[in-house]
Write a protein that binds this ligand. Structure first.
Ligand code: HEC
Length: 195
């Protein structure tokens, strides 16, 4: 034999490839048997997605009136003002909150609750701002819910905070931006509106 040519070489290669393949498939199957965990068809629990900007407030259960909401959020465990401060992140791009702070896209918000609207010097408010009068808790609640609906033609281009409890937290925080925070409204009052 000059050359050690095996006429079956091709068959042998194919066969070894096949066997190799079977071993790999087989081991995969074994792993499957060893580690297979069954996934139930239905999850045992369902976590609702957390949506901080929900637009479906109408389908929510009824929320108590503002004075009650303020009472609830101010009596929650922990730093209740901080909760509003965290939510205020949505407002920060336009508003400063420090005493004597600069106006930005929106006016500085120190001493706004229970004070006359549109009073920050050198801020160009929208024409209708004087219609607001004093910013009572109640008016602020409505304004923050949907600025454009509460104050026609407002320059505050912000969609609003739909969740009533979140608004209450923000109001609590806004009220803290003062040397003399206003007393929270009690039954029958809308909070700071009466002169
Ligand atoms: C895109 C910028 C922008 C964002 C975001 C924004 N504001 Fe404003 N805000 C304004 C502007 C502009 C005005 C002036 C409104 C006018 O003149 O009609 C204003 C006015 C106000 C006023 C009345 C102040 C005054 O001196 O009478 C309050 C209170 C207020 N904003 C609170 C908030 C809160 C709370 C948030 C977040 C939940 C917020 N704003 C988010 C731009 C903004």
């Amino acid at each position: 034999m000059k050359h050690n040519k095996d006429p079956l070489i091709l068959n042998k290669i194919v066969a070894s490839l096949l066997v190799g393949g079977l071993v790999i498939m087989g081991s995969g199957y074994l792993v499957d048997i060893l580690y297979h965990t069954s996934i139930p068809e239905k999850p045992a629990y369902f976590i609702e997605p957390l949506d901080t900007n929900q637009t479906t407030a109408k389908q929510e259960p009824e929320f108590p009136p503002l004075n009650e909401r303020l009472r609830v959020v101010s009596s929650l465990d922990g730093d209740s003002i901080k909760r509003g401060k965290v939510l205020f992140k949505k407002c920060k791009s336009c508003h400063t909150t420090n005493k004597g702070g600069k106006n930005g896209v929106g006016p500085n918000l120190w001493n706004v609750v229970a004070h006359e609207a549109g009073q920050k010097q050198s801020f160009k408010y929208s024409r209708n701002i004087s219609e607001v009068g004093d910013w009572s808790f109640d008016k602020l609640d409505k304004f923050i819910e949907k600025p454009s609906a509460f104050l026609k033609g407002t320059k505050m281009s912000f969609a609003g905070i739909k969740h009533p409890m979140q608004r209450a937290s923000v109001l609590l925080y806004l009220n803290s931006l003062s040397d003399t925070p206003a007393p929270l409204p009690v039954d029958g009052s809308d909070g700071g509106a009466d002169k």
